[in-house]
Design a protein around this ligand. Structure first.
Ligand SMILES: CC(C)(COP(=O)(O)OP(=O)(O)OC[C@H]1O[C@@H](n2cnc3c(N)ncnc32)[C@H](O)[C@@H]1OP(=O)(O)O)[C@@H](O)C(=O)NCCC(=O)NCCS
Length: 318
């Protein structure tokens, strides 16, 4: 394939490409890029393809396609094009190449899914089905500064009778049982999806098996009849600054007080073992945006860091 007269070559990413991939990723997601933390595991994963585009031997783009949902869904992730090469159609070309490769190697795949941030242009909705939308609140703090604020928030909520109920920590088998239960799937999960740090999974036994084997924190407001559940991904380092960790907390459910309680309990678990600066991304139901924002601002003295314009789960047929 040719871009501006130069041939574009495609290949699978290897360990030795890491530094060069990082060199084209400097501005990606404003310093909170997850790829440095995931690259090494991604290229080892047998149900994932990490594809590079090269021009005159230099890496100019990367995309990854992850096969989930019993082999029926291709999740497209990590797309990036070198800054000087943007606007030339390379993102479209590398995605086209990767989807053809996936069709060849994983013929069972029926749909492709993307989780994209921001307002969607109307033409996107002519190409994709919008499955669901979550809000994103991003806040920054130091672990040592947030610990006393959390303690104060717990005390205040418990004493003021503001609908505090201790969230329940779920073990692997409880998390599987609850996230697979039909009521949770129909009434709690957005678009019947479990979104874990931007990766959408259908509530299927095989996905849950994979998810519960990782270092995640699973919580619910109730072990029998949950109305709010949450999933905290293990913190990982990001390029934003020295010692920065990124923390992702996905919350599912529509009731603000219970979602707030999950947020506080997830945060408390993580910051008890962390030090230094943290960039925390909290994902939740759009209808509770204002309540969550006000709570963070007034009680925790945390301020929205940047506006991501929401998280959209999109789907199209292969
Ligand atoms: C977004 C980005 C990859 C676009 O690269 P580009 O080469 O300038 O884009 P193109 O010239 O190919 O034009 C747009 C094409 O990319 C696709 N695209 C644009 N943004 C996209 C996104 N966020 N996710 C998936 N595809 C995207 C468009 O659908 C279009 O494809 P089409 O030609 O099949 O319709 C590039 O600006 C970039 O690397 N930004 C920083 C990283 C980033 O934000 N990545 C996206 C989030 S995963």
């Amino acid at each position: 394939m040719a871009v501006e007269g130069h041939t574009l070559e495609f290949c699978l990413a290897e360990e030795a490409d890491f530094e060069e991939v990082m060199s084209i990723s400097g501005d990606v997601y404003g310093g909170i890029d997850y790829l440095p933390a995931r690259y090494h595991a991604w290229i080892q994963d047998s149900v994932r393809r990490v594809i590079l585009a090269k021009k005159k031997g230099q890496i100019v783009a990367l995309v990854s396609v992850n096969i989930v949902d019993d082999g029926h869904t291709a999740v497209v992730e990590g797309l990036r094009v070198a800054p000087l090469e943007r606007g030339k159609g390379i993102a479209g070309l590398i995605q086209g190449y990767s989807l053809n490769l996936v069709k060849d190697q994983f013929p069972e795949v029926k749909v492709r899914r993307y989780v994209r941030s921001g307002q969607l242009a109307p033409e996107i909705l002519t190409k994709f089905r919008l499955i669901c939308k979550q809000e994103i609140l991003s806040v920054q703090f130091k672990a040592e500064d947030i610990r006393p604020k959390l303690e104060a928030a717990f005390t205040w909520l418990k004493e003021s009778g503001k609908q505090w109920e201790d969230p329940v920590l779920l073990g692997a088998s409880e998390a599987k049982r609850l996230f697979l239960s039909q009521r949770v799937v129909d009434e709690v999960l957005p678009g019947k999806a479990i979104i874990q740090d931007w990766v959408p999974y259908k509530p299927l036994e095989s996905n849950l098996e994979k998810l519960v084997s990782q270092d995640f924190i699973w919580m619910a407001d109730d072990k029998e009849e949950p109305t709010v559940l949450s999933l905290g991904t293990a913190p990982y380092r990001v390029p934003l600054g020295t010692g920065y960790h990124r923390l992702n907390i996905d919350i599912f459910g529509k009731q603000f007080p219970r979602a707030r309680n999950q947020f506080l309990a997830q945060l408390q678990q993580r910051v008890s073992t962390l030090e230094g600066p943290i960039y925390c991304l909290l994902y939740f139901e759009p209808s509770i945006w204002q309540d969550m924002l006000s709570f963070c601002q007034t009680t925790l003295e945390l301020h929205k860091d940047r506006d991501f314009g929401g998280q959209n789960l999109l789907e199209a047929d292969m």
